[in-house]
Design a protein around this ligand. Structure first.
Ligand code: S3P
Ligand code: PEP
Length: 467
């Protein structure tokens, strides 16, 4: 537990802000878009307690496995972001009974492995790569049923060949744009054969897609990857009764099928990817002290903690515990002087979604932070390397872009500016954090995307900012 006197200052610091630091408006030309204007006229600090929303990866998997299991799955702490909503809508369209989504309690009445119904229309994964790629592994193995899947402009430009290729090796029949490389994709379900797939990329989406297809195969479906990616599927498959073996050293997973899944209670921990915004905010804004409660600290996700600790951020983990098979802690972060670090190699999949906000931390760190082996960021919701390089430069930061990373030299004071987020949630929220320690006003376009993973980002920011 935290030292009591410091806890008290974190929890009970009086809030004196009279007005919101962040203002929203909808540009006349596009009522669906939201622009954020953040004004840091007087020195601010961040204080208090934050409870981040449920983990996005675990939320998707709980809905999917719940739909494939027999019996009821009860989910507590589900993320109510747009991405899990897309997953819920797709599985409802295939016959799963999913109650109204809320954070308290969602129930999924599963219909059993291989029993999803052919949907009457196109399945829309929205902005969510996880929904589309994981769902493909499930649909491909549903014999005698036909599916068409698509997504928004961003998702239709993201590579699907990485999951289509192993599924085709298993016998799947999939058609799509450019020979199956891009959605929309059409799938004619087949009886699949198990394979040993050596994935060229460390991707939990690729691994999970093949594992999901393997659930219905007879025999061992094996996936190896160059570095270990997040292991939420492995943990949840086991909890639902599937036979899964993991060799962490060899980055290898074996699924023995056919499986029988049984509905389970799932408690979703807070998302460390959402917590990362507050960790960086508290680390860079002078006089800040934030307690971030109930954060999932699964070791395959904690690269952001290690990177920030390497940067000499003042971080302590308190109240460590295990909730529904996932390690959880409260994370306290206080402002400190940051130092540059190198982020590359095996840690990259363990902090892949946090690189944009780590780039913000680097802009305030002494020395040059080097990020490499992160070319995957070019095929996320936007090209996150170009987005961070070009827009941080507008703030006055010294950033150079490399094919697989960034060099960021900290120390130059940032100045408020006008930036584009390309409708990418992680980019929009990263710039909001940068603006807290920039002088003047920052305008962030297309920030409505925050609702993809963090619908309450703006009220949470307002609650913790003090001056
Ligand atoms: O499996 C998952 O839930 C995810 C895996 C990651 O993608 P990749 O596995 O494609 O790197 C991550 O970027 C994404 O936000 C969620
Ligand atoms: C990359 C992300 O998600 P997805 O691939 O599911 O769209 C993300 O949330 O940062």
């Amino acid at each position: 537990m935290a030292e009591p006197s410091r806890m008290a200052s974190a929890l009970f610091c009086p809030k004196v802000m009279s007005d919101s630091v962040l203002k929203l408006h909808h540009p006349a030309a596009d009522a669906t878009a939201t622009t954020w204007t953040i004004h840091s006229a007087t020195p601010i600090c961040l204080r208090g307690t934050v409870r981040v929303p449920g983990d996005k990866s675990i939320s998707h998997r709980a809905l999917m496995l719940g739909a494939l299991a027999t019996g009821e799955t009860e989910i507590r702490g589900l993320l109510l972001g747009e991405d899990p909503r897309s997953t819920a809508a797709c599985f409802r369209a295939m016959g799963a009974q999913i109650s109204e989504l809320n954070t308290e309690r969602v129930t999924v009445q599963g219909i059993g492995l291989g029993q999803l119904q052919e949907p009457e229309s196109v399945l829309d994964a929205g902005n969510s790569g996880t929904t589309l790629r994981l769902m493909l592994g499930i649909l491909a193995s549903h014999t005698d049923r036909f599916f068409v899947v698509t997504g928004d402009d961003s998702l239709r430009s993201r590579p699907m060949g990485r999951v289509v290729k192993p599924l085709e090796q298993m016998g799947a029949k999939i058609w799509g744009r450019q020979g199956g490389k891009f959605a929309p994709l059409a799938i004619q379900g087949q009886k699949l054969q198990p394979i040993h797939y050596q994935s060229p990329i460390a991707s939990a989406q690729v691994k999970s897609c093949v594992m999901l297809a393997g659930l219905m195969c007879e025999g061992e479906t094996i996936v190896t990857e160059p570095h270990q990616s997040r292991d939420h599927s492995e943990r949840m498959f086991r909890a639902f009764g599937a036979d899964v073996e993991v060799d962490v050293e060899a980055c290898r997973v074996v699924v023995k099928g056919p499986a029988q899944l049984k509905g389970q209670p799932v408690t979703v921990p807070g998302d460390i990817s959402s917590a990362a915004f507050w960790m960086v905010a508290a680390a860079i804004v002078p006089d800040s002290d934030l307690m971030i409660e109930n954060v999932g600290i699964n070791p395959t996700r904690t690269g952001v903690l290690e990177a920030l600790q390497q940067m000499e951020a003042d971080i302590t983990l308190e109240n460590q515990r295990t909730v529904a098979g996932e390690p959880v802690a409260d994370i306290r972060v206080r402002h400190s002087k940051l130092k540059a670090c190198r982020i590359e190699g095996a840690i990259i999949p363990r902090l892949i979604d946090e690189i944009p906000v780590l780039a913000v931390a680097a802009a305030f760190a002494e020395g040059t932070t080097v990020i490499r082996d992160a070319a995957e960021l070019r095929v996320k919701e936007s090209d996150r390397l170009t987005a961070m390089a070009t827009q941080l430069q507008k703030f006055g930061a010294q950033v150079s872009e490399h094919p697989d990373g960034l060099d960021i030299t900290g120390g130059t004071p940032l100045q408020g500016t006008e930036v584009e987020s390309w409708g990418d949630h992680r980019i929009a929220m990263s710039f909001a954090i940068a603006s807290l320690n920039a002088t003047g006003t920052t305008t962030i376009h297309h920030a409505e995307s925050a609702a993809i993973s963090y619908p309450d980002f703006v009220p949470t920011l307002d609650a913790v900012v003090h001056n």
